[in-house]
Design a binder for this molecule. Structure first.
Ligand SMILES: Nc1nc2c(ncn2[C@@H]2O[C@H](COP(=O)(O)OP(=O)(O)OP(=O)(O)O)[C@@H](O)[C@H]2O)c(=O)[nH]1
Ligand SMILES: [Mg+2]
Length: 457
């Protein structure tokens, strides 16, 4: 049922194999593989549509890139959220922008873009339903030089995601219906798609931000494989992994094991816990709460990416960021705001914020980004840095960037990625993954390749 085709990227002569089901190649359907009005769409329950699920068998299809003749993602105006209605999030100050992203055609790798000024290349890769949702939001923000890639086994969900490249993996295994919670299936789909994934992800790239919601099949199984590929291609990988709510008990246990695997493959893993989300957004509808966390991820990626690409009042040195990411271990996100008359209040709020609570004390480094109104001063920015230097571990490594955002007025906003944090989620001692981890620690196992580990999904 598959037809092979060559796609020009960004109008360049570069070509990539593009394998799509035949009906997508029919003229009338190109550009809209799944109409919201289709019978299949209407029959799907809403929860399924949000991030999808599926089951079943292994292949990879490139769904398309912007500016190609292949299947395109929807415009932000037509679908603000992939598979869910747009949520207004004014109160968080983290609303996504609406500019369309223009990919540069620099002849780099698969045709992805590169920051013209510094030559820095940064990718944001979302795996599975939750990861693709984050990428959709980041893509909406139109950050020059940032390439957004969505990877999923769920064809329907991918069709509604806005990204520079959308990679459908394991079509022969799942028939495009997702991994249906089976981690082994997710992993097999990624293993089978290694060639295409390594063509697209991490090649000639400095930093890969990898976003994944752990607990399902695709994200949990495929993310460690994607992280391994990106690192093999020479990129530093910072994974941002979301743990499911405690009420999703089976998924949560699966997620904790997945986290250990991911931690072995990525350079640093920032863990966000949906349970913490309940504390700040317990009264919000679940979609809005997810949007909140997706927006936070989008905001952090945007700030760090832009500052690293030498934009803003105080740019962030790329080498310092990559060094910090490669120091390994777990990380935490911190986000806070304060009045500019008391700039330190913003960083205090960030460290107190629920997502970082209790996790930052032992941090041995922080990538910090400060935004403020037109009259943001260096003095205010440095007050924030000094506070961190004095309150993190002895001689912490603090990398600072800042930019001006006129809409903030008298507000100072701090977003930070803390690295080398002490604690992370407790992994039950009787899980297979932790036994394996123990074996690594004691030297019983020398290979750190989690792909050789087989276990029941
Ligand atoms: N932040 C965020 N988390 C989500 C979202 N949707 C689901 N999640 C969480 O992420 C976990 C994994 O869900 P998905 O990403 O949909 O799973 P998947 O990786 O696509 O796996 P399969 O559907 O089984 O192939 C869920 O248990 C939820 O806790 C979302 O839109 N945003
Ligand atoms: Mg899914």
């Amino acid at each position: 049922m598959a037809a092979a085709k060559s796609c020009g990227l960004n109008g360049s002569s570069t070509s990539m194999p593009c394998i799509m089901p035949k009906f997508w190649l029919s003229r009338s359907r190109i550009g809209r593989p799944f109409s919201r009005r289709s019978v299949a769409w209407r029959k799907r329950p809403r929860a399924w549509r949000r991030s999808g699920s599926g089951d079943g068998d292994h292949t990879c299809s490139v769904l398309g890139q912007k500016g190609t003749g292949c299947t395109k993602g929807p415009s932000p105006s037509s679908t603000k959220e992939p598979g869910r209605p747009h949520q207004s999030l004014d109160s968080t100050g983290l609303r996504a922008g609406t500019r369309r992203q223009q990919m540069g055609s620099t002849g780099q790798g698969w045709g992805g873009s590169q920051d013209g000024k510094t030559g820095t290349r940064i990718q944001c890769v979302g795996i599975g339903g939750a990861g693709s949702n984050s990428v959709h939001r980041i893509s909406e923000q139109q950050i020059d030089g940032l390439e957004c890639i969505a990877v999923n086994t769920d064809c329907m969900h991918l069709a509604f995601v806005d990204a520079n490249a959308k990679l459908l993996i394991g079509r022969g295994i799942t028939r495009g219906y997702g991994a249906r919670g089976c981690v082994e299936t997710g992993r097999s789909c990624a293993e089978e798609a290694v060639d295409v994934l390594s063509e697209y992800i991490g090649k000639g790239v400095d930093i890969v931000f990898l976003s994944v919601g752990l607990g399902g099949g695709t994200g949990t199984g495929a993310a460690p494989v994607v992280a391994r590929i990106a690192r093999k291609n020479g990129a530093k990988v910072l994974a941002i992994a979301t743990l499911p709510f405690s009420v999703e008990s089976t998924r949560r246990e699966r997620a904790k094991e997945g986290l250990l695997h991911l931690n072995r493959e990525a350079d640093t893993v920032v863990v966000l816990d949906n349970d913490h989300l309940l504390e700040v957004a317990g009264d919000l509808p679940i979609d809005a709460a997810f949007s909140l966390i997706d927006n936070l991820i989008a905001s952090v990626v945007r700030n760090i990416a832009e500052a690293t690409m030498d934009r803003g009042l105080v740019p962030i040195d790329l080498d310092s960021v990559t060094r910090m990411i490669s120091s390994g271990g777990y990380g935490a996100l911190a986000f806070g705001e304060g009045h500019r008359k008391a700039p330190v209040s913003a960083v205090k709020a960030a460290l107190r914020s629920t997502l970082a609570a209790g996790r930052w004390e032992g941090a041995d480094g922080a990538i910090v980004h400060v935004s403020g109104g037109w009259d943001l001063t260096h003095e205010e920015v440095h007050a924030i840095r000094d506070y961190l230097m004095a309150n993190l571990k002895d001689a912490p490594n603090v990398v600072l960037g800042a930019n001006v955002d006129p809409s903030l007025g008298n507000i100072i906003r701090v977003t930070s990625i803390l690295v080398g944090v002490n604690s992370t989620v407790d992994v039950p001692p009787d899980t297979v993954a932790s036994q394996i981890d123990h074996a690594f620690t004691t030297g019983e196992l020398s290979s750190r390749d989690p792909m050789s580990i087989t276990r029941d999904a």
